[in-house]
Write a protein that binds this ligand. Structure first.
Ligand code: NCD
Ligand code: ZN
Length: 342
């Protein structure tokens, strides 16, 4: 295939940050996607409908002139979230989901939940008004091997949570393991997002010829059998699986550091990365539904009506995108891509 035309895609898991970084990264996403679920892990996090409204205004102000883009907002769940905030969120119409981070699990998760059972009253309200719960599905227990944290979260917390709230709609975000695929397939009212890095790479890339911080994200890349299970799920055509880049920009300084931040930057070339992953298993015919249909269907939103086109051509991913602080290194920087969005 030399040319691929599909319905305009959306990104169902995205970090755009704030301030100067927001202004740098948002145009990249706007080139690729029509809508995005915006993660609330700012410093301090987006905890109330008022926070989300103000953040949404700042995002809209950063959309390049003449472009169309809709930020879909989320609230950051804490031990102290009031069920009333869920009712207000539903009424706002622009808050589309609530995000659960285990305290300390990842970047800016200090305000995260310390014990998921503390939130049962909030989950009750979410179930009642049909507000989806987005999960960063990893335990933070330092005793648990870093490669097992998703699997243990599913066993210890997610299966019991699903039993307590069978009708609560959930998205297990950025899945990385065959265990997650199995859980999502078996559970009712559960979907999952999948990133480009978890489709394209296994954990070997983290140590290829030396330590490679730009491949470090959370949940961390897993072994090849897990990558294959996730790739199989993404390309299966099953509507439970849809696109969420988890593009998570950090400046070069904060990645190339003795204690580097977690997050891969893919907003620049996300669709091209997904196209390559789908093509690798001869499943380009499944890309449109994964990127453009399953997400809006899950969120009960209309599908986009316009189209994008990608062509088969070789181009080099830039070494960095300019950012005032120290540059932003895209995933697979300096390497060649075989698809390009026109
Ligand atoms: C994300 C970030 O930097 O905000 N990092 C990441 O590795 N994915 C946080 C997250 O989604 O875990
Ligand atoms: Zn994320």
């Amino acid at each position: 295939m030399q040319k691929l035309t599909i319905t305009q895609p959306d990104d169902w898991h995205l970090h755009v940050r704030d301030g100067a970084l927001l202004k740098t990264v948002l145009p990249h996403t706007v080139r690729q996607f029509t809508r995005a679920i915006i993660m609330p892990n700012l410093k301090p996090p987006v905890r109330s409908v008022a926070d989300a409204a103000a953040y949404r205004d700042r995002i809209i102000a950063a959309i390049p002139a003449g472009k169309r883009f809709e930020p879909l907002m989320t609230l950051y769940l804490t031990d102290n979230t009031d069920p009333k905030e869920i009712i207000a969120a539903k009424a706002s119409q622009f808050v589309k989901a609530v995000k659960y981070y285990p305290a300390g699990a990842t970047t800016n998760a200090d305000f995260g939940v310390t014990d998921i059972r503390k939130c049962d009253r909030v989950f009750e309200a979410m179930q009642q008004v049909d507000m989806p719960l987005l999960l960063h599905g990893e335990v933070t227990d330092q005793e648990v091997d870093v490669f097992d944290r998703e699997k243990v979260f599913i066993e210890k917390h997610l299966i019991p949570l699903k039993l307590r709230f069978p009708n609560l709609r959930m998205v297990l975000e950025h899945i990385t393991t065959s265990d997650a695929v199995k859980f999502v397939l078996a559970a009712n009212n559960v979907a999952a997002t999948i990133t480009p890095q978890h489709l394209l790479f296994n954990r070997n890339i983290l140590f290829k010829g030396g330590i490679r911080p730009h491949y470090y994200c959370l949940p961390i890349l897993k072994g090849e059998e897990h990558r294959q299970a996730v790739l199989q799920a993404a390309t299966s055509g099953n509507p439970k699986f849809f696109l969420g880049t988890d593009s998570a920009p950090h400046s070069r300084n904060s990645k190339e550091n003795s204690c580097g931040c977690a997050g891969c930057y893919s907003a620049l070339h996300a669709m091209e990365l997904y196209a390559e992953a789908f093509e690798s298993v001869d499943a380009l015919d499944k890309l449109e539904a994964f990127a453009s249909f399953h997400g809006p269907d899950f969120y009960k939103l209309s599908r986009n009506t316009e189209q994008i086109t990608m062509i088969k051509t070789t181009w080099r991913i830039p070494d960095e995108a300019p950012f005032t602080e120290s540059g932003l290194v895209p995933l697979r920087a300096g390497e060649e891509m075989t698809w390009k969005m026109t």
